[in-house]
Write a protein that binds this ligand. Structure first.
Ligand SMILES: [Zn+2]
Length: 393
């Protein structure tokens, strides 16, 4: 019994992983591998293509936990499904790196007698991009394919003086092929079933990636990669590191709120997406000047701890990582707020990755930004210690 247990620990523990690396012949032991490996990119694709709707994130969380388990000492899950990997769990000084796991989606709200399905938002899903999209309804009998129906252009503009209808939550509907309410229900589709888009990961020219819900599963991917690099490079941290993939960000930063209270961290580093502002119809006067491919974005704002921010800026400069500054107002609109204002106040900083077309199914980001954001978080963690002075006065 004991031997079996030891073997299991060897296979899955961080210490075991480091021992395995040490046993590798020298030529196979890459101390400074490229940031993203074929294996990590494969994980990214699987993770993005796997639905993780707000409130129903467990499928994605399982994938994520499986990936990071070899790089952490232990892990746990909170009552609403936030997943946490821990390095040095016995240390009293605690640092969090955090992203959110949930994906904006829809809820089935009403099924009419013709078998058409009306929806409610689950998070800030964009009604303007919905028409003619393919979706999956997560029903009681499994996934059911459907489409957002929309009147044909011919019928829409039949009368010259008639205004074209615009997509709104109350005129958007799903057609799953059923022609009565009974037929819909027979498929296992019910009020409260969650609905996600079908479109997944793809690559464009010049190292651009597209996919739905890079917001913010790219964050979950990046904190996992930071953890992998710490372990593969055999870095010892003088504190407990909590790698947090929080649920329910998109409906009000709720998962982070819960887990911040549970962990009570001393420092929190949050990562999320931010708008690339280079495309048409975005006002830089309001949104600032941020561009994909030019590095992670750091934000000034009351919730962002100035001394911690300065530390991250210095780390970026030392490591020649270009960063793009922006300001946020009352709130960052990210889990940073939940961590900063949790408990007795937790010094928090936001490291964002620029992204185009947020909350559409073709969210776009640049590979170099992914790598640079990972390196910035990684190097920041190496700079921190329980002695880091973050006192304002
Ligand atoms: Zn979002």
């Amino acid at each position: 019994m004991r031997l079996k247990q030891t073997r299991a620990i060897f296979k899955f523990s961080r210490k075991g992983f480091i021992e395995q690396i040490n046993k590798m012949p020298k030529e196979k032991k890459h101390k400074h591998k490229p940031v993203l490996t074929d294996q990590s990119l494969q994980f990214l694709k699987n993770y993005i293509n796997n639905p993780s709707p707000v409130g129903f994130e467990s499928g994605g969380q399982k994938l994520w936990l499986e990936y990071i388990k070899p790089f952490v000492d232990t892990h746990f899950i909170d009552p609403y499904g936030t997943a946490v990997g821990v390095i040095n769990p016995s240390e009293s000084f605690k640092v969090v790196i955090e992203a959110h796991a949930d994906e904006i989606s829809w809820f089935v709200n009403y099924i009419n007698e013709q078998g058409l399905i009306y929806l409610k938002r689950n998070g800030g899903v964009d009604h303007q991009v919905a028409p003619a999209k393919r979706v999956l309804i997560h029903g009681k009998k499994g996934l059911v394919k459907a489409v957002f129906g929309w009147p044909a252009i011919h019928t829409r503009i039949a009368q010259a003086d008639q205004k074209e209808p615009l997509p709104k939550v109350d005129n958007l509907f799903l057609d799953c092929g059923a022609r009565t309410k009974k037929e819909v229900e027979h498929l296992g589709v019910h009020v409260g079933a969650v609905v996600t888009y079908e479109e997944g990961f793809d690559e464009l020219a010049h190292d651009y990636y597209i996919g739905r819900a890079f917001d913010n599963r790219i964050g979950g991917f990046m904190i996992a990669e930071v953890t992998r690099l710490l372990t593969e490079n055999e870095k010892e941290l003088p504190y407990g590191l909590y790698v947090v993939n929080a649920v329910q960000e998109e409906i009000g930063l709720r998962g982070a709120e819960m887990i911040a209270r549970r962990i009570k961290p001393d420092i929190a580093i949050i990562t999320d997406v931010t708008h690339d502002t280079q495309t048409p119809m975005i006002n830089k006067v309001i949104e600032g000047d941020v561009s994909c491919g030019k590095g992670p974005s750091l934000a000034y704002g009351p919730a962002v701890h100035n001394k911690l921010l300065k530390l991250v800026e210095d780390v970026a400069e030392k490591n020649k990582i270009s960063v793009q500054m922006r300001t946020v107002s009352r709130s960052t609109g990210t889990d940073t707020d939940s961590f900063a204002y949790a408990n007795d106040g937790c010094p928090s900083v936001l490291i964002s990755i620029p992204l185009r077309y947020m909350h559409t199914t073709v969210e776009m980001l640049h590979k170099r930004d992914i790598e640079q954001t990972i390196i910035l978080m990684y190097e920041t963690l190496l700079e921190l210690s329980p002695k880091t002075n973050l006192s304002y006065l």
